[in-house]
Design a protein around this ligand. Structure first.
Ligand SMILES: *Cc1c(COP(=O)(O)O)cnc(C)c1O
Length: 412
């Protein structure tokens, strides 16, 4: 018997996201800037208020009950993230400010004792500035060399060229799992396997993958995995660095201060155990607990159904764009990708079209999407990007198409 799961009740799901139910310039909001930041379910908002109303205190410090309660909730959130990523231990989950902070932590820490002149770091031509600049800074500091994997005209990573870049000099390979500018899903399994053959470590920039699909860091065999809370329906200002225990133990601390020490004297300080070694200062306690709530919310959903809905939105929007705008060009036009469409319409400037769309209630992203080298590779200064989350609808896409037709008429 063919057992079909019931279709998603999108209207019901949307009730969980209060921000979606508003008008912008008198039009219903169609929020298609999810790759820049995702909206928050009521469960996350409630968790934040509840925390401040009932639990707030500093963590890992007080003997008093409130501090115990805050510490328990904070450490419980770490376990939720551990389970979400299928990490082996909770202490492999390091709280950071976000993806950028996580990558800076690794790059900065590596620079203290692991990387020397002549070593090589490999990134791809498809990276977000957050996964370029920290490595450039590391190379400047240590005399190491940054190597860049080329991409095809559609933005796909050239695996053959990658294999040729790898050598015994390669110390770190840092690539994004899903691309933010194009939505491409990169062949990270192959990238990791090849890097490990050469004894290199791999950091995955996971800012765009977790919002779309569950991730299993152990199945991937990733050495480090970085992501931001705000892109997975959690709060801003909180993020995660996952690292394998043995590697995190090899790295020196990133910042010094309270919380990260075992013992301090003016002569010598000894550092705390994982994860505290990398968590100097009072952390974003509410943010961590809110991020835990975001994952609990996702875990309660039918996640394969959410993913299918996103695929349907992507197919529906791609088809509508092609039918209504024969001269529209999609960048990263490959069959299997995340629900992100990066495009240009004739020689209309993305910013001008974006401003008209905004007046019609449609929020898209315009510009270089923090990927200037990628835009240079394509010989353009930027694109328009519509990025969908599971709470978006085909009606919103219709509104977007109509708005884009208006923009085209006004601007061409
Ligand atoms: C958003 C993003 C980042 C940076 O995330 P922050 O939250 O700004 O630190 C890095 N890489 C990718 C692929 C992103 O999409």
């Amino acid at each position: 018997m063919d057992v079909k799961t019931p279709p998603l009740d999108i209207a019901k799901l949307r009730q969980d996201f209060p921000v979606l139910h508003q008008k912008v310039a008198g039009k219903p909001l169609a929020y298609f800037d999810n790759a820049a930041s995702a909206q928050k379910p009521q469960a996350v908002i409630d968790t934040l208020s509840h925390y401040y109303e009932t639990t707030h205190s500093n963590v890992h410090r007080g003997v008093h009950q409130l501090s115990q309660k805050a510490t328990d909730a904070f450490e419980e959130a770490r376990k939720i993230v551990q389970q979400e990523l299928n990490a082996a231990h909770p202490h492999e989950i390091i709280w950071t400010k976000g993806t950028t902070d996580s990558i800076n932590l690794v790059a900065s820490s590596l620079g203290q004792n692991q990387i020397k002149s002549g070593d090589e770091i490999i990134i791809s031509a498809l990276e977000h500035h957050s996964n370029i600049v920290p490595w450039q800074m590391l190379c400047q500091r240590t005399g190491a060399t940054l190597r860049v994997i080329p991409i095809s005209d559609e933005g796909e990573i050239d695996l053959q060229a990658y294999r040729e870049l790898l050598s015994s000099r390669t110390k770190m390979v840092a690539v994004n799992h899903y691309s933010n500018a194009l939505g491409l899903i990169n062949p990270v399994e192959a990238i990791i396997e090849e890097a490990h053959k050469h004894g290199a470590w791999v950091l995955l920039d996971g800012a765009q993958s977790l919002p779309h699909r569950p991730v299993d860091v152990r199945a991937l065999d990733a050495d480090f995995y970085a992501f931001s809370g705000h892109k997975v329906f959690g709060p801003t200002g909180i993020g995660v660095l996952y690292g394998k225990e043995s590697l995190l133990n090899e790295l020196p601390p990133y910042q010094g201060g309270g919380e990260m020490i075992a013992e301090v004297s003016f002569e010598k300080t000894t550092y705390g155990e994982l994860p505290h070694k990398f968590e100097a200062g009072t952390p974003h306690i509410a943010g961590a607990i809110g991020l835990g709530a975001a994952f609990q919310y996702l875990q309660q959903q039918d996640r394969p159904a959410l993913a299918r809905h996103e695929e349907e939105l992507l197919a529906y929007a791609t088809d509508a764009l092609r039918r209504h705008f024969p001269r529209l060009k999609i960048y990263g036009d490959v069959p299997h990708k995340a629900s992100v469409i990066s495009f240009l319409l004739e020689d209309i400037h993305p910013y001008d079209a974006g401003a008209i769309l905004d007046k019609l209630g449609v929020a898209i992203r315009t510009g270089h999407h923090c990927n200037q080298p990628l835009m240079q590779r394509f010989g353009i200064s930027g694109t328009m990007r519509a990025s969908f989350a599971f709470y978006n609808t085909t009606e919103e896409i219709d509104q977007f198409i109509t708005a884009l037709q208006r923009a085209e008429k006004m601007l061409s």
